[in-house]
Design a protein around this ligand. Sequence first.
Ligand code: FAD
Length: 347
Amino acid sequence: TLPPFSQSSSSPLTSVSRFVSTLVLAEHEGGSIKAPSVSAVVAAKSLSEDNSISVLLAGSGSSLQEAATHAASCHPSISQVLVADSDRFSYPLAEPWAKLVHLVQQKGGFSHIIAASGSFGKNILPRAAALLDVSPITDVTEISGSHQFVRPIYAGNALCSVRYTGANPCLLTIRSTSFPVPSMPADSKSNVAPISQVDLSAFGEDTICKSRYLKHTSQDSERPDLGNARVVVTGGRGLKNAENFKMMEKLAEKLGAAVGATRAAVDAGFVPNDLQVGQTGKIVAPELYMAFGVSGAIQHLAGMRDSKVIVAVNKDADAPIFQVADYGLVGDLFEVVPELLEKLPEK
Ligand code: FAD
């Protein structure tokens, strides 16, 4: 049989046959590993102190190589970086990626496979689990042991302790907001993991893909990404229309915040649906979450209740949002927001 991975560095291949050895599926963009994937490494580290962590990257071209270099030094716990360089992986489609995970697992024999619970991980992991004939555990928020996890159920209204009793590998998606990346001491940057190329000769013919890459659209915004922002300013149906919603954008600009919205605001067409926070939108846990004209339905709370400080402005004193708010103001947002905008200094 072929050796698992051919190495581009001279250091010996890190052993992947330990009791706990984890493969982290990493997403990259512009030559860097995305922050949620680094959180997946943090989660992997909490599975076991002596966990051997391999990071799998796929793509093509120079940005992949740059991302591999970034991955090698982005967290001191990473033992090796595995790189699958092929045009098949130019776009993160589930079919080729799942097949890649299957191939790498066959050679590496990992005990765990982890991805962050974003659209990348949620797309790939279930298909990879089917190929590996195991059941994935999704949206893990706490790791209590190598096979013991906590995950939210009933839209975050209850937490469930789950014990994985299936065969290896144990597949997990983790909520990146529950595994923050600590700031690394400068000397940890000198810890550079070896980079190995995945031998794709056994990949075989491409299967007939049911999905096809069409295009990637993203909003050109100077504002921080909603999923990782330190401050989020969210507007609800109380804003009444798209024109009024621009107040949220102005406020976000002054605070260096990301803009969020409730599903009611999205459904009413005030903003596009990539701003939706909640059970069926993004899960956020910023240091400061400001909600204006948001009632606080359980489906909305499911996406923001882990925020460190919650500020709510609502004209209805009985609005459920006040039950989770650290600071609540009963008032008309059309008076409060202009006043805030006036008093906040220009950025
Ligand atoms: P409303 O409930 O209509 O509340 C508007 C609030 O604005 C009210 O509390 C009102 O008092 C206040 N207000 C009005 N005018 C003013 C003013 N001038 N000044 C101050 N306050 C004012 N929702 C989400 O947000 N995210 C999800 O991911 C999500 N997923 C869902 C999934 C399912 C399966 C279902 C069934 C629902 C989901 N919902 C989700 C919808 C959710 O149930 C609520 O309908 C929605 O969150 C309500 O949005 P809202 O608070 O903007 O609107």
